[in-house]
Write a protein that binds this ligand. Sequence first.
Ligand code: FES
Length: 370
Amino acid sequence: MHYIPLIPLSELPENTHKSVRSDKHTIVLFHYEGTVTALGNSCIHEGGDLSQGSIQRLEDGELYIVCPWHGWQYSLKSGKAPQGYRDRQALYDVIVENGMIMVSEEPSREAFRAVHDDDPLADLRKMEYQTTKSSLNVLGISTTNMNRDLPRPSTSETALQSALDFAASEFGAATKMIRIRDLDFRHCEGYYSRHENACTWPCSISEMDPEDGMNAVYRAMVLWADAVILATPIRWGNASSLFYKMAERLNTVQNQITIHDRVLIKNKVASFIITGGQDNVQGVAGNLNAFFSDLGFTFPPFNFVGWSRGWIAEDTENNYNTFFRSRYVKRSVKELVTNTLHLVMQIKGMDVTDLHTPKPKISEAGTLSE
Ligand code: FES
């Protein structure tokens, strides 16, 4: 085997590791427990820089490098992942001659990434879209929060449900409702801040935990839906915290555009229902439009229904009944759905001529006495 001199041993003190470039490869050298070993530097998962990783001793007594991106581990001596995994980082042979670290020109054991037949995320990985040329799949996403054991009436969710019912009855649409509060999922853990390539599709959290609740959103929003209608209450002038928790986990969709110019969401339409005891409907609509636009969604004209009773309406016990009686809400929700599905049909080449304006009219505002 041909060995290449890399660096003097004096430049790799005991209990350190560093990356070094050979002629062809970037290699990470380790000097631990009196031995120098060498692995490929680029993690076989998504290319994380192993030289930036930390060292851990696992239960088998061996030292492992922990990838700084998503925590994959490789034995310093063998390059193997811990027991139970077949993955392996490339391993290079090392000799130290006359104080110089020499490394085999090619790996003595090649890297190996196990392919799993029963990959629980295969549909997301392969982008198995469920839309067709004539499908009208409408996904409702409710982001209001409440005690699951003590539910309360919600203005935003009621409007969303009636939007889905109307889409089904008037357009024959297939509908699905996802209540974000029913999903158990982890917050975005900010891998992007390590490196833009560390934010992956499918999301690395989904890979770590195929049971993560966001997988239902990825499947429904990215693979199944032709249209998404998102409903949110206004909280402190913004969309709900559950919306933002979901939105941060959708970085995985947006980041594909950033790093691969790969648009996962194409020809899909988004509209919004925004309700609040107090105001900032336009601010919330602006934020939602900006975010969904960045995901790749298209918008119909007049793509949000807003409802609020204003700043001084502290009699919140009257919100729901006032909302429920509002003729404006009843009309505008239908018009929102109509405009949304007309755009879907236009995108799919179907004939659409009507345009509706789901805008408030004072004559239709619900009143306490109505
Ligand atoms: S664990 Fe190394 S890149 Fe993901």
